[in-house]
Write a protein that binds this ligand. Structure first.
Ligand code: UDP
Length: 239
């Protein structure tokens, strides 16, 4: 079997919730260490890894505004939360001896570098993992949109979204026992069937730029590596 990497450069999106592990809130360091190992395996077979991490384990702008806070302020807090997650992930990656850079869409001198596409691509070419934090830098967007945007900007071969389920289903598999998994979907099917894989902004962006997306289960150890060598894990979304 051919175990060489099918992708030269990927953009991996992890939700903030993934970092919380079994806890509802915050960061579970043991989860970070496990993810660092999985990401290290990719770097080990020569894949360049760009990472976007959400912030939902700490703050979500919409939830805060539903509770009475100004939405834009809430979104700013949400974006800062993604920077905290990025710092924690860098720590775990560097402890696993994986060279890592954190860039932020919002300038934060003294803590992280400001996002610059050309510099990011240079780091990726040096095999450094690059974590793109602070989302798109704008309120009213999500880190899914940020992942698709950065994936397109850095000319990644694919955007890979880690979730809690092993792909996209016809219905919520936790609620509906007859739900079946899609092996493959088109962007229009995702939109027509309102499958809620990512928000509409994100889906439209990848569709307009023909950027393939794969959705897979982060909790299955080794899945990421399998995807890299061409195995059909989760659901692939293409043209
Ligand atoms: N956010 C934002 N603009 C962006 C990305 C994120 O305002 O470009 C804010 C928004 O409030 C969001 C929060 O950051 O709720 C955390 O991101 P997200 O909800 O996407 O995290 P995830 O669900 O992936 O953990």
């Amino acid at each position: 079997k051919d175990r060489s990497a099918r992708y030269k450069r990927i953009l991996l999106k992890l939700s903030g919730e993934a970092l919380a592990g079994d806890k509802e809130f915050g960061i579970d360091p043991s989860v970070l260490d496990r993810m660092a190992l999985e990401i290290g395996q990719l770097v080990g077979i020569g894949v360049q890894v760009g990472l976007v991490i959400g912030g939902g384990n700490l703050f979500r702008g919409k939830e805060l505004s539903d509770a009475g806070l100004d939405r834009v302020t809430g979104d700013h807090m949400g974006m800062l939360a993604t920077v905290m997650n990025a710092l924690a992930m860098r720590d775990a990656l560097e402890r696993a001896n994986i060279r890592t850079r954190v860039m932020s869409a919002i300038p934060m001198s003294g803590i992280v570098e400001h996002y610059d596409r050309r510099t990011a691509v240079r780091y990726l070419n040096q095999s450094d993992v690059v974590i793109f934090s602070a989302g798109t830098g704008n309120p009213f967007f999500t880190t899914d949109s940020a992942a698709c945007l950065r994936g397109i900007e850095i000319d990644a071969d694919i955007v890979i979204k880690a979730t809690n389920v092993d792909g996209v289903y016809t219905a919520d598999p936790k609620k509906d026992k007859s739900a079946t998994k899609y092996e493959m979907l088109t962007y229009s099917e995702v939109l027509e069937k309102q499958l809620g894989v990512m928000d509409l902004t994100a889906i439209c962006l990848v569709r307009d730029h023909c950027m393939p997306v794969r959705v897979f289960n982060m909790h299955q150890a080794g899945s990421l590596l399998k995807i890299m060598v061409g195995e059909n894990e989760g659901t692939l979304i293409v043209e």
